[in-house]
Design a protein around this ligand. Structure first.
Ligand code: FPP
Length: 257
Protein backbone atom coordinates (compact mmCIF):
# COMPACT_ATOMS: atom_id res chain seq x y z
CA UNK A 1 0.00 0.00 0.00
CA UNK A 2 1.27 3.45 -0.89
CA UNK A 3 0.63 6.08 1.73
CA UNK A 4 -2.05 8.66 0.97
CA UNK A 5 0.01 11.81 0.11
CA UNK A 6 -2.81 14.13 1.24
CA UNK A 7 -3.00 12.47 4.65
CA UNK A 8 0.77 12.58 5.08
CA UNK A 9 0.88 16.21 4.05
CA UNK A 10 -1.96 17.01 6.42
CA UNK A 11 -0.10 15.48 9.35
CA UNK A 12 3.35 16.70 8.18
CA UNK A 13 4.56 13.12 7.83
CA UNK A 14 7.23 12.02 5.36
CA UNK A 15 5.54 9.37 3.16
CA UNK A 16 8.95 7.85 2.36
CA UNK A 17 9.68 6.96 6.02
CA UNK A 18 6.49 5.43 7.30
CA UNK A 19 7.04 2.82 10.05
CA UNK A 20 6.41 -0.61 8.60
CA UNK A 21 4.96 -2.14 11.74
CA UNK A 22 3.17 -0.32 14.56
CA UNK A 23 2.03 -2.24 17.65
CA UNK A 24 -0.30 -0.83 20.30
CA UNK A 25 -1.06 -1.72 23.91
CA UNK A 26 -4.61 -0.37 24.13
CA UNK A 27 -4.92 0.47 27.82
CA UNK A 28 -7.30 2.55 29.92
CA UNK A 29 -10.79 1.42 28.91
CA UNK A 30 -11.71 0.59 32.52
CA UNK A 31 -10.47 3.94 33.87
CA UNK A 32 -12.25 5.81 31.09
CA UNK A 33 -15.52 4.14 32.13
CA UNK A 34 -14.89 4.69 35.85
CA UNK A 35 -14.36 8.41 35.29
CA UNK A 36 -17.88 8.49 33.81
CA UNK A 37 -19.46 6.27 36.50
CA UNK A 38 -20.09 3.60 33.86
CA UNK A 39 -19.26 -0.09 33.91
CA UNK A 40 -15.98 -1.32 32.43
CA UNK A 41 -17.68 -2.85 29.41
CA UNK A 42 -18.81 0.62 28.31
CA UNK A 43 -15.12 1.53 28.22
CA UNK A 44 -14.33 -1.48 26.04
CA UNK A 45 -17.21 -0.56 23.71
CA UNK A 46 -15.88 2.97 23.32
CA UNK A 47 -12.42 1.44 22.85
CA UNK A 48 -13.71 -0.52 19.85
CA UNK A 49 -14.58 2.77 18.16
CA UNK A 50 -10.99 3.91 18.65
CA UNK A 51 -9.85 0.62 17.08
CA UNK A 52 -11.87 1.45 13.95
CA UNK A 53 -10.38 4.94 13.70
CA UNK A 54 -6.78 3.81 14.24
CA UNK A 55 -7.08 0.96 11.73
CA UNK A 56 -8.28 3.47 9.15
CA UNK A 57 -5.58 6.10 9.72
CA UNK A 58 -2.89 3.39 9.75
CA UNK A 59 -4.02 2.19 6.37
CA UNK A 60 -4.16 5.72 5.00
CA UNK A 61 -0.62 6.41 6.19
CA UNK A 62 0.59 3.24 4.47
CA UNK A 63 1.61 1.27 7.55
CA UNK A 64 2.09 -2.36 6.50
CA UNK A 65 1.35 -4.10 9.79
CA UNK A 66 -0.75 -2.89 12.71
CA UNK A 67 -0.78 -5.13 15.79
CA UNK A 68 -3.33 -4.49 18.53
CA UNK A 69 -3.05 -6.08 21.98
CA UNK A 70 -6.71 -6.93 22.48
CA UNK A 71 -6.55 -9.75 25.07
CA UNK A 72 -3.53 -11.04 26.95
CA UNK A 73 -2.92 -14.49 28.43
CA UNK A 74 -3.23 -12.72 31.81
CA UNK A 75 -6.65 -11.24 30.91
CA UNK A 76 -8.22 -14.71 31.40
CA UNK A 77 -7.87 -13.91 35.11
CA UNK A 78 -10.45 -11.06 34.90
CA UNK A 79 -14.00 -11.61 36.21
CA UNK A 80 -15.92 -14.05 33.99
CA UNK A 81 -18.50 -11.40 33.12
CA UNK A 82 -15.82 -9.04 31.76
CA UNK A 83 -14.12 -11.83 29.78
CA UNK A 84 -17.50 -12.82 28.25
CA UNK A 85 -18.30 -9.21 27.41
CA UNK A 86 -14.90 -8.75 25.75
CA UNK A 87 -15.38 -11.95 23.72
CA UNK A 88 -18.87 -10.83 22.59
CA UNK A 89 -17.52 -7.43 21.66
CA UNK A 90 -14.72 -9.01 19.69
CA UNK A 91 -17.12 -11.30 17.85
CA UNK A 92 -19.40 -8.35 17.04
CA UNK A 93 -16.46 -6.28 15.84
CA UNK A 94 -15.06 -9.03 13.58
CA UNK A 95 -18.47 -9.71 12.07
CA UNK A 96 -19.42 -6.09 11.51
CA UNK A 97 -16.01 -5.04 10.13
CA UNK A 98 -15.51 -8.02 7.80
CA UNK A 99 -16.72 -6.33 4.63
CA UNK A 100 -15.17 -2.99 5.44
CA UNK A 101 -11.73 -4.57 6.14
CA UNK A 102 -11.96 -6.39 2.83
CA UNK A 103 -12.97 -3.29 0.89
CA UNK A 104 -10.02 -1.42 2.37
CA UNK A 105 -7.60 -4.17 1.32
CA UNK A 106 -6.85 -5.15 4.92
CA UNK A 107 -5.95 -8.72 5.83
CA UNK A 108 -6.86 -9.95 9.31
CA UNK A 109 -4.41 -12.09 11.26
CA UNK A 110 -4.17 -13.36 14.81
CA UNK A 111 -1.24 -13.78 17.11
CA UNK A 112 -1.82 -15.81 20.25
CA UNK A 113 -3.62 -18.91 21.48
CA UNK A 114 -6.59 -18.94 19.13
CA UNK A 115 -7.62 -22.38 20.40
CA UNK A 116 -8.40 -20.92 23.86
CA UNK A 117 -11.01 -18.51 22.50
CA UNK A 118 -14.69 -19.46 22.55
CA UNK A 119 -15.68 -21.57 19.54
CA UNK A 120 -18.05 -18.93 18.11
CA UNK A 121 -15.31 -16.27 18.28
CA UNK A 122 -12.85 -18.64 16.57
CA UNK A 123 -15.41 -19.24 13.81
CA UNK A 124 -15.91 -15.53 13.13
CA UNK A 125 -12.14 -15.00 13.13
CA UNK A 126 -11.61 -17.93 10.73
CA UNK A 127 -14.27 -16.64 8.33
CA UNK A 128 -12.80 -13.12 8.33
CA UNK A 129 -9.20 -14.31 8.01
CA UNK A 130 -10.21 -16.50 5.10
CA UNK A 131 -12.30 -13.75 3.47
CA UNK A 132 -9.50 -11.17 3.71
CA UNK A 133 -6.56 -13.52 3.08
CA UNK A 134 -5.78 -12.13 -0.38
CA UNK A 135 -5.55 -8.50 0.76
CA UNK A 136 -2.19 -6.82 0.68
CA UNK A 137 -2.66 -3.16 1.69
CA UNK A 138 -2.28 -3.77 5.41
CA UNK A 139 -2.11 -6.66 7.85
CA UNK A 140 -4.18 -6.15 10.99
CA UNK A 141 -2.89 -8.50 13.69
CA UNK A 142 -5.12 -8.95 16.69
CA UNK A 143 -3.16 -10.23 19.67
CA UNK A 144 -5.67 -12.54 21.37
CA UNK A 145 -4.87 -14.72 24.35
CA UNK A 146 -1.37 -13.49 23.59
CA UNK A 147 1.64 -13.44 25.87
CA UNK A 148 5.24 -12.85 24.81
CA UNK A 149 6.61 -15.48 27.19
CA UNK A 150 4.09 -18.07 25.98
CA UNK A 151 5.07 -17.23 22.40
CA UNK A 152 8.79 -17.71 23.11
CA UNK A 153 8.16 -20.93 25.10
CA UNK A 154 6.12 -22.30 22.22
CA UNK A 155 8.91 -21.42 19.76
CA UNK A 156 11.55 -23.09 21.96
CA UNK A 157 9.44 -26.28 22.21
CA UNK A 158 8.95 -26.38 18.47
CA UNK A 159 12.67 -25.88 17.78
CA UNK A 160 13.61 -28.54 20.38
CA UNK A 161 11.24 -30.97 18.66
CA UNK A 162 12.86 -30.27 15.28
CA UNK A 163 16.31 -30.92 16.78
CA UNK A 164 15.13 -34.17 18.43
CA UNK A 165 13.61 -35.37 15.19
CA UNK A 166 16.86 -34.58 13.36
CA UNK A 167 15.25 -31.95 11.12
CA UNK A 168 17.81 -29.35 12.19
CA UNK A 169 21.11 -29.33 14.08
CA UNK A 170 21.40 -27.47 17.38
CA UNK A 171 24.03 -25.36 15.65
CA UNK A 172 21.35 -24.17 13.22
CA UNK A 173 19.58 -22.34 16.03
CA UNK A 174 19.90 -18.63 15.31
CA UNK A 175 17.99 -15.42 16.02
CA UNK A 176 16.41 -15.72 12.57
CA UNK A 177 15.27 -19.28 13.30
CA UNK A 178 13.70 -18.22 16.60
CA UNK A 179 11.93 -15.30 14.87
CA UNK A 180 10.62 -17.74 12.28
CA UNK A 181 8.96 -19.81 15.01
CA UNK A 182 7.06 -16.89 16.54
CA UNK A 183 3.44 -16.00 15.76
CA UNK A 184 4.85 -13.03 13.82
CA UNK A 185 7.02 -15.15 11.49
CA UNK A 186 7.70 -13.40 8.17
CA UNK A 187 6.46 -10.06 9.48
CA UNK A 188 8.67 -7.00 9.97
CA UNK A 189 9.57 -6.31 13.61
CA UNK A 190 7.63 -3.44 15.18
CA UNK A 191 9.22 -0.06 14.52
CA UNK A 192 6.91 1.61 17.04
CA UNK A 193 5.20 0.32 20.16
CA UNK A 194 2.59 2.63 21.67
CA UNK A 195 1.00 2.28 25.10
CA UNK A 196 -1.89 4.45 26.17
CA UNK A 197 -3.13 5.35 29.67
CA UNK A 198 0.14 6.41 31.28
CA UNK A 199 1.41 2.94 32.24
CA UNK A 200 5.04 2.52 31.25
CA UNK A 201 5.71 -1.17 30.76
CA UNK A 202 5.43 -3.78 28.02
CA UNK A 203 3.19 -6.21 29.94
CA UNK A 204 4.37 -9.33 28.12
CA UNK A 205 3.80 -7.80 24.67
CA UNK A 206 6.07 -8.73 21.74
CA UNK A 207 9.02 -9.31 24.10
CA UNK A 208 11.33 -10.75 21.46
CA UNK A 209 10.21 -8.49 18.63
CA UNK A 210 10.44 -5.28 20.70
CA UNK A 211 14.26 -5.39 20.72
CA UNK A 212 14.74 -2.23 18.66
CA UNK A 213 11.25 -0.74 18.62
CA UNK A 214 10.80 2.93 19.41
CA UNK A 215 8.48 3.10 22.40
CA UNK A 216 5.83 5.77 22.92
CA UNK A 217 3.81 6.33 26.06
CA UNK A 218 0.86 8.66 26.38
CA UNK A 219 -1.38 9.45 29.33
CA UNK A 220 -4.41 9.45 27.02
CA UNK A 221 -6.83 6.64 27.82
CA UNK A 222 -7.46 4.34 24.85
CA UNK A 223 -11.08 5.44 24.25
CA UNK A 224 -9.85 9.07 23.98
CA UNK A 225 -6.88 8.27 21.71
CA UNK A 226 -7.31 9.99 18.34
CA UNK A 227 -5.96 9.76 14.80
CA UNK A 228 -4.28 13.14 15.42
CA UNK A 229 -2.34 11.87 18.42
CA UNK A 230 -1.42 8.71 16.56
CA UNK A 231 -0.18 10.74 13.58
CA UNK A 232 1.83 13.02 15.88
CA UNK A 233 3.58 9.93 17.26
CA UNK A 234 4.41 8.76 13.74
CA UNK A 235 5.85 12.23 13.11
CA UNK A 236 7.90 12.01 16.32
CA UNK A 237 9.09 8.55 15.26
CA UNK A 238 10.42 10.10 12.04
CA UNK A 239 12.28 12.71 14.09
CA UNK A 240 13.96 10.13 16.33
CA UNK A 241 17.46 8.89 15.60
CA UNK A 242 17.41 5.10 15.23
CA UNK A 243 20.96 3.85 15.53
CA UNK A 244 20.41 0.16 16.30
CA UNK A 245 23.40 0.21 18.64
CA UNK A 246 25.73 1.67 16.01
CA UNK A 247 27.21 5.13 15.63
CA UNK A 248 26.29 7.53 12.88
CA UNK A 249 29.19 9.07 10.94
CA UNK A 250 28.84 12.32 9.02
CA UNK A 251 32.30 12.15 7.46
CA UNK A 252 34.42 9.19 6.56
CA UNK A 253 36.79 9.71 9.50
CA UNK A 254 34.60 7.38 11.53
CA UNK A 255 34.03 9.84 14.37
CA UNK A 256 30.85 9.12 16.31
CA UNK A 257 27.97 11.64 16.15
C1 FPP B 1 -7.11 -2.66 28.55
O1 FPP B 1 -7.85 -1.70 29.27
C2 FPP B 1 -7.90 -3.15 27.43
C3 FPP B 1 -8.21 -4.45 27.23
C4 FPP B 1 -7.77 -5.52 28.11
C5 FPP B 1 -9.06 -4.86 26.10
C6 FPP B 1 -8.89 -4.09 24.86
C7 FPP B 1 -10.15 -4.18 24.10
C8 FPP B 1 -10.65 -3.24 23.28
C9 FPP B 1 -9.95 -2.01 22.95
C10 FPP B 1 -11.99 -3.39 22.66
C11 FPP B 1 -12.22 -4.61 21.86
C12 FPP B 1 -11.14 -4.94 20.89
C13 FPP B 1 -11.29 -5.03 19.57
C14 FPP B 1 -10.14 -5.41 18.73
C15 FPP B 1 -12.55 -4.75 18.90
P1 FPP B 1 -8.21 -2.01 30.76
O2 FPP B 1 -9.55 -2.67 30.77
O3 FPP B 1 -7.14 -2.80 31.42
O4 FPP B 1 -8.29 -0.57 31.37
P2 FPP B 1 -7.88 -0.12 32.83
O5 FPP B 1 -6.41 -0.41 32.99
O6 FPP B 1 -8.18 1.33 32.84
O7 FPP B 1 -8.72 -0.90 33.79
Amino acid sequence: MKSDPDKCLYYDIDPARIPRHVAIIMDGNGRWAKQRFKNRVTGHEKGSETVRAIVEISRQLGIQVLTLYAFSTENWGRPGSEVSALMSLLKKFIKSERLSLHEKGIRLGIIGQKHRLPRDVQNELDITMDYTSGNRDMLLNLALSYGGREEITRAVRSIARDVMEGKILWDDISEELISAHLYTANQPEPDMIIRTSGEMRLSNFLLWQAGYAEIFFTKTLWPDFTEQEFASMVKEYQDRDRRFGKVVCSSNDGSPQ
